[in-house]
Design a protein around this ligand. Structure first.
Ligand code: ACO
Length: 322
């Protein structure tokens, strides 16, 4: 059997940090409200001119260095992003050129906060089907660009950043299973209502921003993530106690705690970065993974459950032996 295996992780955050107190100067909110409702203390925000591809490139180079591979070994590039630098070429193609890689497939995936889980699943399938041997998979966002900085219900939640992994063909698993889902019926609960085809004038006026019915999204996220945990464990015939680490999408500490409770998992086994990163959408899971790999918490051979829920709605998980 052919499998894929994560052999390197990397991440990158813009230098600029925006605290809750900074936000309280811009909208009617407070550090206490944001901490209590979300767990977020601060987030990194890209400065003017700093793009998704800039963040992706730094994360990618860090992941490739950690993998021990050469850039020339990469034969597939997938970037998960909701905030590409340009309408086209894709961020993956822009990145490919910066890395001086030529000829291999490179494309973007758009599944908002579940984007990295989608991208990792696609890359795993490419490798298992024999169509790639060494893939660079990135989640990168400058979500700050699509926020309405006058809307306190959304602008306090998000941050910018990028996370990346290199996965390689392997005889041993590796990635044990991936699970992807979507239901477009819920678009109105969480969306940017305008786009290229429907409202390019609005986009050009810089006014196509995230809108969210936070409370309804919250309930859906908690229920859906509970179900995906069951689905992932059942598929692999595993018990909750077989999972060493939960690496959840970092949207809200209350959602993360609910998923950990569902797994019967103490918070010590849950990687939490939401307090420092906010919700970085597609970047959040690989960012959290890299943090816990680099600080030595996640060790070789351990079993990781990565999961995410986001706009679409989309949701999914990856179970992997590290
Ligand atoms: N500061 C102070 N008060 C606020 C703020 C704020 N930043 N934002 C909202 N409020 C007020 C509301 O106006 C409301 O006031 P009212 O009672 O007078 O009407 C009150 O606080 C409660 O508002 P709720 O929306 O009910 O607050 P809730 O407890 O649900 O928390 C939050 C809001 C943090 C957004 C939460 O619902 C949440 O995290 N939702 C899920 C987000 C998520 O997971 N998204 C999915 C991924 S994102 C993606 O895919 C792009």
């Amino acid at each position: 059997m052919t499998y894929s295996r994560i052999i390197g992780t990397g991440s990158y955050l813009p230098e600029k940090v925006v605290t809750n107190d900074d936000l309280a100067q811009m909208v009617d909110t407070s550090d206490q409200w944001i901490r209590e409702r979300t767990g977020i203390r601060e987030r990194h925000i890209a400065v003017e001119g700093e793009t998704t591809c800039d963040l992706a490139e730094n994360a990618a180079r860090n992941a490739i260095a950690a993998s021990g591979k050469q850039i020339s070994d990469i034969d597939l590039i997938i970037v998960a992003t909701t905030t590409p630098d340009q309408i086209f070429p894709s961020t993956a193609c822009l990145l490919q050129s910066r890395l001086d890689i030529h000829g291999c497939p490179a494309f973007d995936v758009q599944a908002v906060c579940t984007g990295f889980i989608y991208a990792l699943s696609i890359a795993d399938n490419f490798i298992r089907a024999g169509n790639a041997t060494c893939a660079l998979v990135i989640g990168a966002e400058t979500f700050s660009r699509i926020l309405n900085w006058k809307d306190r219900g959304t602008c306090i939640l998000f941050g910018d950043g990028a996370g990346a992994v290199v996965i390689e063909k392997s005889d041993e698993p590796g990635i044990l299973s991936t699970h992807l889902h979507a239901d477009g019926d819920y678009a109105s609960l969480l969306h940017v209502p305008e786009g290229v085809s429907k409202g390019y004038d609005v986009v050009r006026q810089n006014a196509a921003f995230v809108e969210m019915k936070g409370n309804e999204v919250f309930k859906m996220a908690v229920n859906t993530l509970g179900r995906i945990v069951d689905e992932t464990l059942d598929k692999n015939n595993m018990k909750k106690s077989d999972v060493d680490w939960l690496i959840p999408h970092q949207a809200n500490i209350r959602i993360i705690r609910a998923t950990a409770r569902k797994l019967g998992m103490p918070m010590e086994q849950v990687v939490v970065t939401v307090h420092e990163h906010g919700n970085t959408s597609a970047a959040s899971v690989p960012l959290a993974l890299d943090v816990a790999v680099r600080d030595g918490r996640i060790k070789k051979g351990e079993t990781l459950l990565m999961e995410a829920f986001g706009g679409g709605f989309t949701w999914g998980s990856v179970l992997a032996r590290f």
